[in-house]
Write a new protein. Sequence first.
Length: 179
Amino acid sequence: MREEQINNPLHGVKLETLLTELVTYYGFDILAEQININCFKSNPSIKSSLKFLRRAPWARNKVEAFYLYKFKQLPRPSDDQHKLQPGERAVPLEQVPGNPAQIRKGDKEFFDDPASGPVKKKSKETSFKKNAGPRPKASPPSSPRRAVRRSQNNDDSSESPSSEPADPWGKWRDKEEDT
């Protein structure tokens, strides 16, 4: 039995070819702004971007989605198709890729998931509030010797003859009275 073949525009397209087409048409500046991946921002090159995209499937999915829906101008997938990765999505045979979208620097960021929207930048206040809070208590003594020493020191202080609490300014007051 033969399985039905699906029409996938990414079939047979190497990642290197895909990336080269995007970079020659848009450039690294616009790709960095639209896709929001650091391999296009810091020291961008085809070789380093390929190395990163091969190791990070989430980034490759973002680039493939950008290629399909911005560069090839295919219509957005249905909800069922959207759950799949861009390389596994089927496109009806009657849909033909269009001309690449005209994107300028400063245009709003591309995002593949219409439900989530673009990635929002975190402010410094939210990260500060997130880390603020009570500090964890000190851990118990790590060595049994230290615990024994502490208990001996506490026993010595309980045997002291004075029942008054210690005055931290006592030595200073004694010096002042002598002068």
